[in-house]
Design a protein around this ligand. Structure first.
Ligand code: MF3
Ligand code: CO
Length: 254
């Protein structure tokens, strides 16, 4: 794993702050009648205004059918991850997950948030708060001296205890000069297993749970990942830096 020096972690702070500000702004402007493409446009404008760079646009990992056409992922209701921005119109009660990463001053930060447009429902709120709690538990376990499996176990246990589907196919990852670096951060695992977490490790931790199933399907676009049974999904993510002095949440929204 590529470990960062203390000075490099300091250099990553502007990227973290920018990504946090974009997600906060998206959550504020999102409302029924907007399309997910409108959300993408809003983030695109903020990137331009800040002189930042999108790391999504044109991104083409092995699992994507086409190069990524937006600057964020907007996954609505049964869509869990990698939702392509489209002409889909947001409706009251929609569960909206926004995943956004960008490069600022040569460093990347990656973060995601899920929220429900009013009126809220208890079922969706339980899924959303549980997934957020899993991220917090994962961050609490992300301490120098612990092992990767401690993060994975903390996340997975919260989802499984709540009765949600926890699929380990996609998870967190190292972050640095690029969005996806080693190591992989699985959302399920065994406490005390895996590699030792070291000073200077910077990772994105990203639990995602589905309400009723642990199976997913992929849209014809090759990107959008949905629950196989159409049940709701939620996803939260922060980029965190592990240091001997403690763990810093670079993408914290205050
Ligand atoms: N940011 C996502 C993640 O959390 C990945 C998005 S892939 C992209 O790892 F192509 F949409 F950028
Ligand atoms: Co990520």
């Amino acid at each position: 794993m590529g470990l960062k020096k203390a000075a490099e972690i300091e250099q990553m702070r502007p990227a973290g702050r920018f990504v946090a500000a974009v997600l906060a702004s998206l959550q504020q402007v999102a409302e029924p009648g907007m399309t997910t493409r409108d959300l993408d446009g809003h983030a695109h404008q903020m990137i331009a205004d800040a002189g930042a760079r999108s790391v999504y646009l044109g991104y083409h990992p092995s699992f994507g059918a086409v190069p990524y056409p937006g600057v964020l992922c907007a996954s609505v209701n049964d869509a869990a991850l990698h939702g392509l921005p489209t002409d889909r119109v947001l409706a009251p009660g929609d569960v909206v997950s926004v995943d956004f990463a960008a490069e600022v001053e040569g460093w990347v930060a990656d973060s995601a948030v899920t929220f429900q447009l009013p009126p809220t429902t208890p079922q969706a709120q339980r899924l959303i708060t549980t997934t957020a709690a899993a991220l917090e538990a994962g961050i609490a376990a992300a301490r120098v001296g612990n092992r990767m499996g401690d993060i994975s176990a903390a996340i997975g246990q919260i989802g499984l205890d709540a009765g949600f589907g926890v699929n380990a196919d996609f998870g967190g990852h190292g972050v640095g000069r690029t969005m996806h670096e080693d190591p992989h951060v699985p959302n399920r695992g065994r406490r005390g297993s895996g590699q030792r977490l070291k000073n200077g490790l910077v990772i994105a931790i990203e639990p995602w749970f589905m309400a009723e199933t642990e199976d997913y399907v992929v849209d014809d676009d090759g990107w959008t990942i949905r629950s196989a049974d159409g049940s709701l999904a939620a996803h939260f993510e922060h980029t965190v830096a592990l240091t001997d002095a403690g763990t810093v949440v670079l993408t914290a929204r205050d």
